[in-house]
Design a protein around this ligand. Sequence first.
Ligand SMILES: Nc1ncnc2c1ncn2[C@@H]1O[C@H](COP(=O)(O)OP(=O)(O)OP(=O)(O)O)[C@@H](O)[C@H]1O
Length: 844
Amino acid sequence: MVKQTIQIFARVKPTKSKAALYHIDEDGEGSPRLTFNIPRDIAEGFINNKKENFKFRFQKVFDQNAQQDEIFDNVAKPVIDNVLQGYNGTIFAYGQTGSGKTFTITGGAERYIDRGIIPRMLSYIFEYFEQNSERSFTAHISYLEIYNDNGYDLLDPKHEAAKLEDLPKVSLMEDSDQNIHLKNLSVHQAANEEEALNLLFLGDTNRMIAETPMNQASTRSHCIFTVHLTSREHGSATIRRSKLHLVDLAGSERVSKTGVNGLLLTEAKYINLSLHYLEQVITSLADKNRQHIPYRNSMMTSVLRDSLGGNCMTTMIATCAIDKRNIEESISTCRFAQRVAMIKNDVQLNEEMDPKLLIQKLKAEIQQLKEELAMATGEQRTDELTEEDLQRCEAAVKAYLADTDPEAIISVGGDMRKIHTCFSIMKKRVLERPASSPRKAPTPAPVIPDQPAPDIGPYSDTENSRLKQLVIQRDNEINILVNMLKKEKKRVKDASRQLEKLGQRPPSSARGEGYSESFSTTPDTKQNGHSSLSSTVGSRANTGNSDDWRRPPSGAGISQEKQRQRREHDAVVKKKILGDMSVGRQEAFELFRRDYEHNDSIEENKQVLKQRYAEAKTLGEKVNKVRHNINHLKSQIEHHRMAIAMKGLSESQTLEPDEEEVKLRHQMEAEKNSYKETFNRLRVLKTEIEHLQHLLEKAKVKLMKDFELWWAEQVALSQQENQVPGSGSTGTVLNAWQTPPTTMSKGHSPSPASDLSVPSGGGKLGRVRGSVAGSIATQLRASNSADGRLHDDTPPQRSSVSNTSTRPTPSPQGIRLTGDPQADADIMAFVKARQNIIQQVQKR
Ligand SMILES: Nc1ncnc2c1ncn2[C@@H]1O[C@H](COP(=O)(O)OP(=O)(O)OP(=O)(O)O)[C@@H](O)[C@H]1O
């Protein structure tokens, strides 16, 4: 058992703020240190008017420009390496909302390069499995979300979760040894990286779909992605089992600061409570005199029990946002990290015997002990041997007789029954042997002068006739071979003549050997898997369908069946989120989508995906070409060798490879290297394509969710308007969207309902809604006033407006959207233009 303290790292989230409120340096002992420099004004306002510098020591501090691969190499790899050896590991991210926990653990939602620890870890472990074939590995995956102290299974295969409560609920169970078990949490085997990534994507999608305005999952819940590994050396009965938890905790900000109320407050309390319990556990663990560690207070601490003070190598990443308003929370995060760093875990290798093999081994041991006991006490067993025992004796005798070693022994233990059985088997064999007939004197062989007479022993008649038969057989074989060679020689001659006619150089006469050896490692032994990859990539790229990002191409290496499943899944997700959209709502959706704040990154990803498809197509073609070249060279070498063999028959040449063959072999070696290299690049590209597709799918789900939230807000607003006596619908609309944005600046939160987001950093929901909503709302409301059809969820608006000064020109009643996108766009543009004129008039 090894004692190891929890490792702590800090990561500073990039900020646009120029104020240098922190710096990174080393303390007197050379340990990396993060220092917050608080100007007095903030210090007085928030923290402690006496102190201006807060210093925290970490294993390493990652500054704003740290890339995801750097985090992976420094933070995650050491833990994963240990997990692969059979130790448990946990990596958890702690920090306030928006400080980059999800970005670090799972990855950014926009770029492939931003993928986080989980997808990188999956690539890493499956590559490790491939490279360490002396052990066999299996990986199982589970993905748990804890929200309001309830657990939910994110890998629900039914894909039908519309809200968190639809997901299977996971509960805690404790066995008599006080081990925690998670009831109802599904665990899925992943045979390769692709399957594992699909599980991650499924969990992420479920996580996103299950978000509701009241539950922005990643902000208000804890997520634990776990890989369960088992490994065994081939032929060994010892199994190693280890677990790796990757934990994305809920935002750590304090309730008082979040300014939430109602249901949100309840949630915030739960979150704070569970983080508070986490803190309690950590404080208790750090206190040497504490007997009781309050793990059971919350589900999260119960699940992470081993990771905190137990049998686990644990690492924490403290994520810090360092702009002015977040500095206080970042200091609390670092304080928390310092306490965590005091915890010592007892780490041990999780090795055990395979239960089945263990039972077998114990049975054999019992048997042996019984026999030894019988020998020692002189009490011989008299019961019959079992069929299995008899077979074992039979096999032992057979092996003994077959062993040419004169020292060989037969070992059946001390059981006299078995010893007797072995003797009787041997006796039976001796008696069964045909009595050998007296050997006749051999016919003397003709003596060749100057040669010693061959030492021919006496042979029986039967043996003589057998040998004669053999000679005849061999004669026949030789004749056949000579005929074949003649035919081949003729073919080569014909071919040479033809080549000469065509002006090409006939294959030179030389010979070589060992080509079959060199082919044993040619890539086309793996041809099946490879060609399917390259050809699928090619065909996918040919379809070139990636323009329509709403139906992202399913891509390289993905079977049609999988594509179909994906489409079905998409349809279910869309239906769950948007239901059966009315025409008006669909139009609103289209508008919302057009001006969506994340459109740039979506477009960018579409472009990157397109490029990757093109690259994959080129690489796929190259792989096919190189494979073709290899096959061609292979047959060239074969023919060449055949020709040499023909010549060799008549001219008795040496077996050394000639210049021509050496040249061909070199060429083939180069092609094989090129094949391997191209194929590896294609494989990496395939992972990237899959990831990009997932990002696009995620963006799609997010767009739909954002639209749904925005739509709900619009409905709520309209209802409010209609409840205000004397308020004209259009007039109220204009009040609500007093300054309808003309440009779509990100981060503008147009509606009061967006206060649902946590102020510090905005939370997921805060980030979700941009001013796009405002802009579209304006357009839609304008068009609503023009066309009541858009109000499918909203109660009809009043036509009479009390405040005539704010009332626009009466809506052009009777204008209907046509269904023709161009005509509809014109109508909308007209309505919008009119709205603008009204606003200008109002301003004057
Ligand atoms: N190191 C970083 N580099 C670039 N972008 C980042 C980084 N860290 C965070 N972000 C971005 O900041 C935003 C918030 O990050 P993220 O969602 O990871 O925060 P979080 O701590 O998980 O918040 P929550 O508690 O709400 O889940 C995201 O848009 C993310 O892409």
